[in-house]
Design a protein around this ligand. Structure first.
Ligand SMILES: [Zn+2]
Ligand SMILES: [Zn+2]
Ligand SMILES: [Zn+2]
Length: 326
């Protein structure tokens, strides 16, 4: 709100006659009604505002119209003579008449400085703002660096785990290779042993066949001899032998002289139901050999041949374990 001039701007004390009754300051653009209805003087802005509320002179209560107001030239002249200071800056040393002040203000050397100072202040504020921004950004940067550092840590950690796993895989690979190598060696050994075993079996089987063949050859030779010596079929003639089975029963068996003992045992097996491989035949304390013929043994009339069961735990060669059953 515009009011009068401050007394502080004046170099000397100002008379109360040059002060407004409304604002109590030194008149600024003093006006009055020219004596109709009163002579009271006020600042133009002060009386304008007062008349908007009440159309009376604030001092004498006379009716006042805004259009009646006119400049008080005498008061203005007295004011213009007053010595004032520059209002641009307290540091400006200029003083002069009030009516000369506008001219000074337009070229006050401090004005430019004030402008510069204002600009400097603005720039300082900008700098402060920038510094605050920089600080803020630094904090954000620090946070991001922290996040990056954490990421790097995590990455390093993962790399270490990865390296560890690679080492483990490599270890497993080496172990597998070693096991495969061992397996190959074992396979080779097994193959070699199997081949050796097979060869051994083959040899045993060949030996067996050879023995069998020799036995058949011997039998055939004997048969041939019997036939040659006998000249007829007497030697192959049927005869009867008496056999005691393990339960003591006597079996009368018809045999041919050229029947083998093995064949004879087969006949007894079919009569008694006892398998041939669990018994052997004994005549007068001697075991009858399966590969021999009945004619190889002199079997007296009325003499019993015994069927003896093999002892479970012993072999046929172990004569002390022979059990005679009658
Ligand atoms: Zn005033
Ligand atoms: Zn008045
Ligand atoms: Zn100045």
């Amino acid at each position: 709100m515009q009011m009068g001039l401050s007394e502080d701007d004046f170099v000397n004390a100002v008379s109360d006659n040059l002060k407004c009754a409304i604002c109590t300051e030194v008149f600024d653009d003093p006006v009055f009604t020219g004596g109709r209805p009163c002579q009271h003087v006020f600042c133009r802005s002060c009386i304008d505002r007062a008349l908007e509320r009440n159309r009376k002179c604030p001092t004498c209560r006379a009716n006042v119209k805004k259009n009646d107001l006119q400049r008080n030239q005498l008061t203005q002249s007295l004011l213009d003579e007053q010595i004032v200071r520059c209002t641009i800056s307290a540091s400006c040393g200029w003083t002069g008449r009030l009516d000369a002040r506008p001219a000074h203000m337009s070229c006050c050397p401090m004005a430019e400085m004030e402008v510069l100072r204002a600009r400097l202040e603005a720039q300082q504020q900008t700098i402060v703002q920038y510094q605050a921004n920089i600080l803020d950004n630094s904090e954000k940067l620090l946070e991001q660096q922290l996040i990056i550092a954490q990421g790097a840590d995590r990455k390093r950690e993962l790399e270490m785990v990865n390296q560890q796993q690679c080492l483990e895989i490599e270890g497993h690979r080496r172990k597998i290779a070693r096991l495969e190598s061992d397996l190959l060696k074992m396979q080779t050994t097994v193959d070699r042993e199997a081949a050796a075993l097979a060869a051994e079996k083959e040899q045993e089987r060949a030996q067996e066949l050879l023995e069998q063949a020799e036995a058949y050859l011997a039998t055939a030779k004997r048969k041939a001899t019997i036939i040659r010596l006998g000249g007829d079929n007497k030697a192959t003639k049927a005869m009867q032998v008496l056999v005691k089975d393990p339960s003591g029963r006597t079996i009368t068996l018809d045999v041919q002289a050229d029947d083998s003992i093995e064949y004879t045992k087969g006949e007894l097996s079919s009569k008694t139901g006892i398998p041939g491989d669990i018994f052997y035949l004994v005549l007068s304390g001697k075991i009858l050999q399966e590969r021999k013929l009945v004619s190889d043994y002199q079997i007296p009339q009325e003499t019993h041949i015994f069927m003896c069961l093999r002892s479970v735990s012993s072999s046929s060669e172990n004569a002390t374990n022979i059990v005679y059953l009658r």
